[in-house]
Write a protein that binds this ligand. Structure first.
Ligand SMILES: Cc1ncc(COP(=O)(O)O)c(C=O)c1O
Length: 487
């Protein structure tokens, strides 16, 4: 009875289930040749619908076999070189081992009495990251692990809002809330807009700052925006700078932005969800110069640090700013806490021990190797940019900065509109074929294809191969695209 639970009576069942799982994944890994199967949504719906959830198979081996057919065979594989779509990475093997550990022990890091050393491990990594950022020690920097950039940005902006509202002011809180503004580059991640909405700010609270010619936030435009907000009698809760924008990969001019934030006495949040990996890059750390002057920073370990989802952190220059997230609940013994209770710093209560993944990765390969791995990906993006620029039937939309490459296929005689019309059918055809996964997005008002590289195993030959697939898909879909244009 209860043999399916992880207890002192079931080490053999646990080992057998895990070994079976590890073997299945290892065999699958060796056998994958494409980023995904070519199964249609209808076929996959049918596969899932046919499972009778009220008739258990009663045996992990049988369930593993079923799950292989349902999930593993059709999953989108980020470790395959044909996957070039979004900010997903192949994962560090020590981190996968950490997942197995934390899932089994099931640590919840919210209080000391549920976590002990897990709390200390997370805290060490937070301290390690704030030191890499270079926050002044006098502020006693601190932070907390979160589920991703979206949550880190939300907590950063919540903290900034509360910090602003805690300043003495004649107007009542509710009135001030309606006048708070967040000033952000036009390319800031959409989670900033959503955070503003969740934080009860008005619909027009996020003031977009136009980019300069390089696609990064223009400091002159930022200064103008800051003046306009105050001239209108509104208050700036925060300025958001992005270190690695999702599409262009651009890094806002952090020193100039920090100067302006200081001059206007406003909170600076740096969203380094994507570019945060540069903190350990042996060759490109300087691209983040100025980040140490931020009030808060988002770093996503599950992007450019090769960690499994979820692993992100919000880092704050002054640890005491985390007090805004602190709520008291008697059942979590706040009065008797002998060590930090991480729940005091987090928007979550029950929380996974995600820090162990990064810890075990750092303890296995070390930060320089992670940085070199990211460097390889960034080098590949430069090379891919050259390959695209040199191809007479391709148009490079922007010079690659981090690991994205934006482009359009432009067969001879194709005008701007026709090249744009090809984008979506080509992207869909590649995905449907299962041979490559690329993304599409809109830059400068026009749709384009997007490669996002985070796999150091991908080579320029893979890029050439996928460009050939793009050409073939364009030939097949051109009549459809032309018909769409004629309508
Ligand atoms: C710049 C930036 N910020 C925030 C996010 C959100 O991160 P997450 O998907 O981990 O919530 C992303 C996601 O791509 C991003 O590119």
């Amino acid at each position: 009875m209860n043999d399916f639970l992880f207890t002192r009576r079931t080490p053999a069942q646990y080992a057998s289930a895990l070994h079976g799982t590890v073997d299945a994944v290892a065999i699958h890994l060796a056998g994958t040749e494409r980023p995904r199967s070519a199964a249609t949504p209808a076929e996959l719906e049918d596969l899932v619908a046919r499972v009778d959830l009220d008739r258990p198979l009663g045996d992990v081996a049988a369930v593993l076999e079923e799950t292989r057919r349902l999930y593993l065979d059709h999953a989108v594989h980020f470790h395959d070189p044909g996957y070039m779509a979004h900010l997903n990475c192949p994962v560090a093997i020590p981190a996968v081992a950490a997942e197995a550990l934390t899932a089994a022990v099931n640590t919840a890091v919210e209080t000391w009495d549920q976590s002990t050393t897990a709390t200390l491990v997370e805290q060490r990594l937070v301290d390690w990251t704030t030191a890499r950022i270079g926050f002044p020690a006098a502020g006693e920097p601190d932070g907390v692990f979160t589920t991703g950039g979206t949550q880190s940005n939300l907590q950063a902006l919540f903290t900034a809002r509360e910090q602003r509202l805690s300043r003495p002011h004649a107007a009542p809180r509710q009135e001030r809330l309606g006048r708070l503004r967040i000033v952000a580059g036009e390319h800031a991640h959409f989670s900033v807009d959503r955070a503003a909405h969740l934080l009860g700010l008005p619909a027009d609270a996020v003031v977009p700052v136009p980019a300069g010619r390089d696609g990064a936030l223009d400091p002159v435009a930022l200064e103008r925006a800051l003046h306009e907000v105050t001239a209108a009698g509104d208050e700036v809760a925060a300025v958001v700078a992005t270190a690695g924008s999702t599409d262009l990969g651009v890094i806002d001019p952090l020193p100039a932005v920090a100067d302006l934030c200081r001059a206007h006495d406003v909170w600076l949040h740096v969203d380094a969800a994507y570019g945060g990996g540069l903190l350990v890059s042996p060759t490109r750390r300087h691209l983040l110069d100025g980040i140490e002057r931020a009030d808060s920073v988002t770093v996503d370990f599950h992007k450019s640090w090769f960690q499994p989802v979820a692993a992100s952190a919000l880092l704050l220059a002054r640890g005491r700013d985390l007090r805004f997230s602190t709520w008291s609940a008697e059942y979590l013994n706040p009065r008797h806490a002998v060590r930090p209770n991480l729940v005091d710093k987090s928007l979550q209560t029950t929380r996974r021990f995600d820090a162990l993944k990064l810890w075990m990765t750092l303890r296995t390969v070390g930060a320089p190797e992670l940085g070199r791995t990211l460097d390889r990906v960034l080098d590949l993006a430069q090379e891919a940019g050259r390959v695209v620029a040199d191809a007479p039937d391709m148009e490079l939309v922007a010079r690659p900065v981090l690991s994205t490459v934006l482009f359009r296929h432009r067969p001879p005689g194709t005008d701007d509109d026709a090249a744009e019309r090809l984008v979506e059918p080509v992207r869909a055809a590649l995905f449907d074929s299962g041979r490559a996964v690329v993304a599409s997005t809109v830059v400068g008002g026009r749709r384009c294809l997007k490669f996002t590289f985070l796999n150091p195993v991908t080579t320029a030959a893979d890029v050439e191969r996928v460009l050939d697939l793009v050409r073939a898909a364009a030939r097949d879909t051109a009549p459809l695209a032309a018909a769409a244009g004629a309508r």
